[in-house]
Design a protein around this ligand. Sequence first.
Ligand code: EPZ
Length: 422
Amino acid sequence: MDKFHIRGGRPLYGRVSVSGAKNAALPCMAAALLTAETVTLHNVPYVRDCMTLRRLLEDLGATVLTPELRTHKISAAHVEVLEAPYELVKTMRASVLVLGPLVARFGRARVSLPGGCAIGTRPIDLHLEGLKKLGADVSLEAGYVVARAPQSGRLRGAEIEFSKVTVTGTENLMMAATLAHGRTVLRNAAREPEVVDLAELLNRMGARVRGAGTDTIEIEGVESLTGAEHTIIPDRIETGTFLIAAAITRGELEVKNCRPEHLAAVIDKLRAVGVEVEEINQSTLCVSGKDRAFVARDVVTEPYPCFPTDMQAQYMALMTQAEGTARITETIFENRFMHAAEMMRMGAQIEIEGHTAIVHGPTPLMGAHVQASDLRASASLVLAGLAAEGETLIDRVYHIDRGYEKIEDKLRAVGAAIERIR
Ligand code: EPZ
């Protein structure tokens, strides 16, 4: 298992470029199952989760060509297997995104239940309830979801109200509804930019999706969808991670190929803390932590457009360097503070009270041997290591490879002393 070795205390200076958003690429790749024609996706990030989904699509019988590293040409003309096996789904729960498209186009699917992960049980009950409302017969067999369209072979449009905001639940049902007979309305839908990006691709494929980005999405079913070409949006979480990397190392970074409008809540919060963040244009941010005193600010994670749960761990790292006490409340997942214990081993002062972490700062961080537990926790430990005095060794960096493209190369290019130990 690879490790990262970091020598901290060096301010970052220079320019970083943001890759495509993993959480937009995954549903867009799954959407290719809705048509027999080729879907071409550009700016797909070179990360493990996208490789995993590519392999799943190929196991289903689709062909995936990559004429360039970040361009995927997906053709699902000859899909014979309608099953997503446990071995694969357990490594990446987003595989559940093939469920909606498979049932909608082929009338049947057998997808392993994803099982929990480090940050929580993460059920998919809302996905399944929605499929049933669209007329599918859904049963659980030996840890697998088996879903079948009605006798007619086609799902039927329906009104679906989510009892809780679910990003992939919204995406799964939006995809399923594109080929259903009639009109579907999704209420209390997720508003994340990744949902909007998927809707743009679906409409390019001939779907009729309206309202993506709001909490009510309407889909008029059509007979079939065509191929399309689409460029994946930049990753707003990678962008936020680099903003904090500059702040916590007291450096200055120019962040290119990003979309500031997709992380307004994060930018507002960092400015309130005292980080200097300047929007140069629609795709460039300049951030500085130089000679800045940071003030502790509370935060509550909530669905978009509020402060994202995927930035909570990174923000906690910054709060260890801020003056005062910050209360960080996690409302999305039940167990997403595992990074706190590792940061405490580096000298942070954090108390956990239920869903709230209370961070007292500033405290000097000392390098240590730490362990990553999930994707964003790993990123927060990299940030802590960059700010810490001395050397930090981070185990299990495969977590970080799931969602960050060559993060050590990007950080080294702006002055970080970080190397991967295989
Ligand atoms: C998406 O996960 C993201 N993943 C996550 O990013 C992100 O943290 C999460 O949304 C929240 O923003 C992808 O987009 C691939 P949810 P998802 O369904 O869709 C509960 C990362 O770091 N829930 O919005 O799985 C669930 O337990 C990953 O890139 C149900 O109860 O999250 C959670 O508490 C981590 N039943 C809450 O809703 C369901 O059927 C939000 O989950 C579905 C969800």
